[in-house]
Design a binder for this molecule. Structure first.
Ligand SMILES: *Cc1c(COP(=O)(O)O)cnc(C)c1O
Length: 377
């Protein structure tokens, strides 16, 4: 069998056709027809109040930090087991990151521990829907409302996933999604900011357009535009939006296929979990599965290292994930010294298996069999 990569970006077939249309339209900078189509699609499908495409999820998070007026001395609570951008966006504005541990049952933020991390300086909580599986948002919003805090959902992995029937990204004041080529639907690099709190809509458009009120100008609401706030160039070109539009037209098909692959893995590996050899992803009753990722949790770093090597010998590429951010070279000296053991355990023991649209039944079965034989040999 050929080598099985960890990820393979899926092309629906229409990408180059739409890019050609965008190029030939003569308008290839941002906020043209394809951007509008993408905005309308997400607003209609998920009921988001306002959608703004960005050049990445990282940029959407940076916009969120600016919108919340995060300043030197402010504190932001986020899980340690996450991607750097979740917190780097706030560090750029001068915030101190207060890291929270993950839950035992899955890598999402441990809601039991959030409240004791809140101080008079806390401004925001940034839950990350790890693997597209919802955090307990009712509880997070209750804590935030009680202490007057903002919530920014890092929904980078969470497209088309739900919490008690509500789309992820629609619950916090703001939310950020990614269309990086490793996500379910992609545009190479790309992302979007969701604005659920109407107070932020006007300013979000300004920040995204280099601090100018250009968006209002193009809608004819004002007769000249100028510099009114800080901002940057956070909007993607029409070429990116055209690519993305080809993907979102196929969202349902992509999701159905990914869920099928996910379930095939789950059913094949379930006996290993029943024998307490490994742990499989846990999806609470309030959450859906968008099949962003399939992971297993091993018993130790040593065991995981051997499993990776075993799979590699069979031309299967599996990869571990985050390294706890409180121990990162950049932040360890800023960290308050608290021990964050569950995050460290995922750092050492979580392993992601190949997960992409074109993975065949034969390949998924082969990968699963190799994991079973590793544990039963
Ligand atoms: C992918 C990802 C990001 C960053 O997305 P980009 O679009 O690459 O900037 C941020 N947070 C999480 C949790 C991610 O998985």
């Amino acid at each position: 069998m050929k080598k099985i990569p960890f990820n393979k970006p899926y092309l629906t077939g229409k990408e180059t056709e739409y890019i050609k249309q965008a190029v030939e339209s003569g308008k290839i900078s941002g906020d043209g027809i394809f951007t509008k189509k993408c905005h309308e699609f997400f607003e209609r499908k998920y009921g988001f109040k306002k959608v703004l495409l960005t050049t990445s999820c990282t940029d959407a998070l940076e916009m969120a930090a600016i919108l919340l007026d995060i300043k030197e001395g402010d504190e932001v609570i986020a899980p340690s087991y996450t991607f750097v951008s979740t917190v780097n966006a706030f560090v750029l504005r001068g915030a101190k990151i207060v890291f929270c541990d993950s839950a035992i049952e899955n890598p999402n933020i441990d809601i039991e521990q959030i409240e004791k991390l809140i101080t008079p300086k806390t401004k925001a909580i940034i839950p990350v829907h790890y693997a597209g599986i919802a955090c307990d948002m009712d509880e997070i919003m209750r804590i935030a409302n009680k202490h007057n805090l903002f919530v920014v959902e890092d929904a980078a992995q969470a497209i088309d996933s739900f919490y008690k029937g509500k789309p992820l990204g629609s619950i916090g004041h703001l939310a950020a999604f990614s269309f990086h080529e490793t996500k379910n639907i992609i545009s190479g690099e790309g992302g979007m900011l969701i604005i659920n709190d109407e107070r932020f809509i006007e300013r979000a458009e300004i920040i995204r357009e280099k601090g100018t009120n250009r968006s209002a100008f193009f809608r004819g609401e004002i007769d000249k535009y100028g510099w009114v706030d800080i901002g940057s160039s956070f909007l993607p070109s029409e070429i990116i939006a055209a690519f993305l539009y080809a993907q979102i037209e196929n969202l349902d098909d992509i999701q159905a296929k990914r869920k099928y692959i996910w379930n095939t893995y789950y059913n094949a590996l379930k006996p290993l979990e029943e024998k307490e050899k490994i742990k499989l992803p846990f999806i609470p009753d309030y959450a859906t599965n968008n099949a962003h990722m399939f992971y297993v949790v091993c018993k130790s770093l040593e065991e995981r290292t051997r499993l990776i090597a075993h799979l590699k010998t069979n031309d299967i590429l599996s990869v571990f994930h985050y390294l706890s951010l409180h121990k990162s070279p950049f932040y360890e000296n800023e960290h308050n010294g608290s021990i964050i053991p569950v995050s460290d355990n995922y750092t050492d023991c979580l392993l992601r298996l190949p997960m992409y649209y074109e993975l065949t039944d034969e390949q998924v079965n082969f990968i699963s069999q190799e994991i079973l034989s590793f544990y039963y040999k």
